[in-house]
Unconditional design. Structure first.
Length: 331
């Protein structure tokens, strides 16, 4: 019985890259030692991406698609594709060729033939460099990941990507998680099981432009941090405690100084700066607390991660896990 790999490809405005990407993906699928299916997920694209996906699905067996009703973000698109996966293994990759298809077989081999004898349920790729990216973007991306790992206690190597292969049992555990505020890198790590991290050289986009702006990347990092750590709230409590101690010391100092020198007005500028600093700190941490509360609010709504407006494509693969094409019987 041959394994089946489900390859999930979230897409957002990738009309230029998709045709080039699919050619390379098909070459890799033909070289795989197992069967495969491709599931394209259009995340509310505004260009011709949905039409290209439909055309590819019509002309190629084992290619399906899910068109979302609007842009739900990459996490929602990934969840939509993973929910449709029927394979023994599932792969998530981008359509811009920054996740080279040739590594699918490398990840499959790492899971099926672990060198140390332990059972591997996930193989994930991480970049050893950021060739082609702006230096300031690369610097802050690295710093955000390091800060996230430090605050959340999750062990993710620098340069970790969403390009990974997971086993069926790990995928089922992921799909069983009910939270709506998701950070998949952290979730797969939280689930557990053994993961093999595989390095690769970063590649530039084959076509089109990145949809991640600097502000978007920073916001994504903040959301990831808030989803997996309560340390910002601890920092707020520590700062509050330290401020109270300093305020008490300063009050004692003012009282003693007034009794001895009788000059209660001196030091007004420093007092003003302290009040301004504390006011800013209070507003900052109130904002963080507000973000946590908003996450609780969104979780209580229990809204779905995505809404699909259309599904289609060929369910047949080169050979299904049972060896019988869907919809047919043995003669």
């Amino acid at each position: 019985m041959r394994d089946l790999i489900s390859i999930i490809v979230p897409c957002f405005d990738e009309e230029e890259a998709l045709p080039i990407f699919f050619v390379e993906l098909e070459n890799e699928r033909k070289a795989l030692p197992c069967d495969s299916e491709v599931i394209f997920v259009d995340d509310g694209s505004k260009d011709k991406t949905p039409d290209i996906i439909k055309h590819i699905a019509e002309k190629n067996a084992g290619v399906r698609y899910v068109l979302l009703s609007r842009n739900f973000g990459k996490e929602g698109a990934m969840a939509a594709g993973l929910c449709e996966a029927r394979g023994d293994y599932a792969v998530v990759m981008d359509a811009d060729l920054q996740h080279p298809p040739r590594y699918i077989s490398v990840m499959y081999d790492a899971i099926k033939n672990p060198k140390d004898g332990r059972q591997i349920d996930s193989a994930a790729m991480y970049r050893t460099g950021r060739k082609g990216e702006k230096r300031i973007r690369s610097f802050f991306a690295k710093r955000l990941m390091k800060r996230f790992c430090r605050m959340s206690g999750i062990d993710i190597p620098a340069g970790a990507t969403d390009y990974r292969m997971v086993s069926r049992r790990m995928l089922d555990c992921y799909l069983g998680l009910s939270e709506t505020n998701r950070f998949s890198k952290g979730l797969f790590n939280w689930i557990g099981f053994d993961t093999k991290w595989i390095p690769y050289e970063n590649t530039v986009r084959v076509a089109g432009r990145s949809k991640w702006s600097f502000s978007g990347l920073a916001g994504y990092g903040l959301e990831a941090m808030l989803s997996f750590s309560d340390k910002p709230l601890r920092y707020a409590a520590v700062l509050g405690a330290v401020s109270c101690v300093l305020a008490l010391i300063f009050a004692i100092y003012v009282i003693i100084k007034t009794i001895i020198w009788g000059d209660p007005v001196a030091g007004f500028p420093s007092l003003f700066c302290m009040i301004l600093f504390m006011g800013g700190s209070i507003l900052l941490f109130l904002g963080l607390i507000g973000r946590y509360i908003s996450k609780i609010y969104m979780e209580t709504k229990r809204r779905p991660l995505f809404v699909a407006r259309e599904k289609g494509g060929h369910r047949e693969t080169k050979e299904t896990p049972t060896g019988i094409p869907d919809g047919t019987e043995k003669s």
